[in-house]
Each structure stands twice: as structure tokens, then as C-alpha cells.
Write a protein that binds this ligand. Sequence first.
Ligand code: CAA
Length: 270
Amino acid sequence: MSSSAAMQPQMDLSAFQFIIATVDEQVGVIQLNRPDKLNAISIPLMIELVDCLDWMDKSDDVRCIIITGNEKAFAAGADIEQMAKATTMEMLLLDQFARWDRIRKIHKPIIAAVSGYALGGGCELAMTCDMIVASETAKFGQPEVNIGVIPGAGGTQRLTRAVGKAKAMEIILTGRMVTAEEALQCGLINKVAPVELYLEEAKALAKEIAAKPPIAIRLAKESILKSFDTTIEGGLDFERKAFYLLFASEDKQEGMNAFLEKRKPQFQGR
Ligand code: CAA
């Protein structure tokens, strides 16, 4: 066993109750699995999702991750049943959104493959991913005002950055649903596909990214995300250091040698 294999964390993917996780051709797919509740994001579901993402982030077998739901719902929001009786102090002490911060820290690229409802926390989960591929039937929205609250898992921030102030105001203040076509036009999502094909499209995108050098992909993702919370000066400095850092990777040498030798590179993630 190689030292890297010895460090591989163990995970029984069949033990989950609220998600279905698989790995194929270096793409990890996590399907949210509470179909009778339109995949409403309960705390147990979130615990499993984050545990699985953590494992996939560390596994050498995974280079890109997809989070998906089913044809009817990606996720219809945080679990309203759980929140209905909660008090302020319970919410504060529970600090359930801390778990969402873990998703933000995942190094590998995450693609949301969305069909049907992506509402409230469901839309926020899709926006926490790095890219969104949607089916023609996808419906995005932040309907929290309809139940007396506001988005609590990043919706006011991420939607505004994705679509701009005017559109974010309209979507959040009316709570209306946005079709896949409108979401594409306003820059919220990457691609729309027929419902039979959206997951295949997401997998094709994931495999394309999985074939690239993993450390360059990781640092490219980090640098892009950095642009959301720093000045242009700070962002350019970060990018430059990340660029220089890659000159220490074997994959940089392999990529450049392969180009010069006119052959296909074999990237090892080192
Ligand atoms: N939480 C808990 N249960 C939910 C749910 C949610 N967010 N969304 C749907 N469900 C449940 C329903 O209660 C129902 O369960 P039962 O069969 O046991 O009654 C089941 O899923 C099917 O839902 P509907 O019968 O309502 O299905 P529909 O097709 O008639 O309507 C819908 C679909 C328009 C999406 C509707 O379910 C709906 O409006 N859901 C709530 C959407 C919402 O408000 N999301 C925001 C939640 S708050 C939040 O997410 C906060 C945050 O920022 C993190």
C-alpha cells in the first residue's frame, strides 16, 4: 500500500440514510434523498451531506463532486417542520448554518445538478456549489419572506453577487420562483438541459474538470472565490502567489513537458 493510500480516510457510502453517494470515474455524486419531503434540508441530512463532502474532498478517488436531487426537487428549502417551533435561543445555540460553512471550505469543485424545486435553503445550497447545471423544469427561488423570515444560509449575499442588486431584491422581496431560462439569462446558472439529460450534462462537465491537474483546479477555485471577499489588489496578490506555488507541483512540469513533446499529459495530483 502506498503512503497516500494508507492516509485515505475510510467511509461506508452505503450507511447513509438521507443521501445516496457514489463514485465513478473520479466524480463523486451525492443525491439528496428525502423524496417524500421534496428533499427538505433537515439537520440529519445536512450532517450526512457535510460528512460525505468532507470524505470526498480527502479521497484520491474523487476529483470533482456533484450534488443533485431528483427530477421533482433538488431541495425545497430548510426543513420548515424543524424550524416551526424553534426559539431564537435554540436557533442560536444550534448554530445549524455553521455546517454550511464547511461546504464553502471544500477544495474540490462542486457542481449542483438541479431539477425541479431549488427553493430557500435548496437555492442557497445550489449557490454554495461552484457551478449549476439545471433541467428545463428547474425552479429557483428564495421564498422565505412568505413564511416570515429571510434567507439564512447565504441567499442575500450569494444571490446578489450572482445576479446583481436589482434582480436579487426582486427575487427575495417577492419570494417568486425563477425558471431555468430566466436563471440562465441572469447569470445564476451555467447551463440548461432537457430533464432527461441534466445529470448527464453535469457529469460530463465534472469529468472534463476531473481530467485537469487537481492542484491547479484547487488553486483556481480558491482564487476565484477570493475575488468575492477581497480588493482587486488583494485578489491579484493571492492569484500571483497561487500561480507561483504551482511551479512546485509535478503536474506543472508534466503539463508543460507534454505540451512541448506534443503528447497528452498524465496528471497525478502532485
Ligand atoms: N420543509 C419541510 N417540508 C417540506 C418543505 C420544507 N421546506 N417543502 C416541502 N415539504 C414537504 C411538505 O410539507 C409535504 O409533506 P407532507 O406530504 O408530509 O405533507 C411534502 O414535502 C410535499 O410538499 P407539498 O405537498 O407542499 O408539494 P407541492 O408540490 O404542493 O408544493 C412547493 C411544492 C411549492 C415547493 C411547496 O412544498 C413549498 O412551498 N415548500 C416550501 C418552500 C419554502 O418555503 N422554502 C423555504 C424554507 S425556509 C429556508 O429555507 C430558510 C433558509 O434560508 C435556510
